[in-house]
Unconditional design. Sequence first.
Length: 296
Amino acid sequence: MTLGVKQLHPLFVGEVGGVDLRRPLDPETVRGIVGAIDRYAVCVFRGHDLTDEEQIRFSQNFGELERSPNYGRTKGQEPRLRHGELFDVSNLNEKGEIYDRDDDRRMFRLGNQLWHTDSSFLQIRGRYSLLHARIVPSEGADTQFADERAAYDALPGWLRQKIEGLEAEHFFAHVRHQLGFNAYTEAQLQARPPAHHAIAQIHPGSGRKHLYLAAHASHIVGLPIPDGRVLLAQLIEFATQREFVYSHSWRAGDLVMWDNRCTMHRATPFDEGKHVRDLRRTTVSDGVFDASGVAA
């Protein structure tokens, strides 16, 4: 297959054509997609009517998939999606009905509207996320992406020097606690201890320096909590200025794949009590890859 890529933003984001995501991919095509992600950080694949199984199979070309913990469910509620590799990014309950306003699953998903990076709170973090649109509202509900490579390049020199060598502590419950959502069991909290990640990193695929930020970052290791939180807030504000951001307006059949290591993203609001939004995400763990970037 011959890939074609059209850049959608002055700094990053490429729309990829010339590949059928429903079919098995040869190694050359997989390497081409990895190369596109290294270059553009976010890749848009338009018009792919995928089943759950096809989305999972395509995602497995790039490594081992995380499994969804399905947080927010109460006792007796079954997951809406039957495959554990799929994260349910919708406003629908297990009956396919729009969530009640006080449903814990809705409360949990509100955190997606803050700038974040998928699975930054894990010791082995998320490498790629692949989000596929099944049903989208007629207005609103975009997903915005921020290029943390370009943001690092634009930092003043004194700030680059200040953050060099600093690590942030990421905790999966931090962002939801800020929103007043505390419906976690003690077992859930203990099962995912905090993870430490450097704030300034070098991307292994492109060699570019970038920021690694997320709403899950609770503080900076070794700094007083107030100082660290102010610095994190300032960095996120800087990295999400308009010139670093692409807003994706979804169409049914879109699949967007992004590199969590060098981007942040957030959902934008819509009339969630009126319109159905059904998107499904797979997340590739940042595990062992061979030198070409293809899963070993």
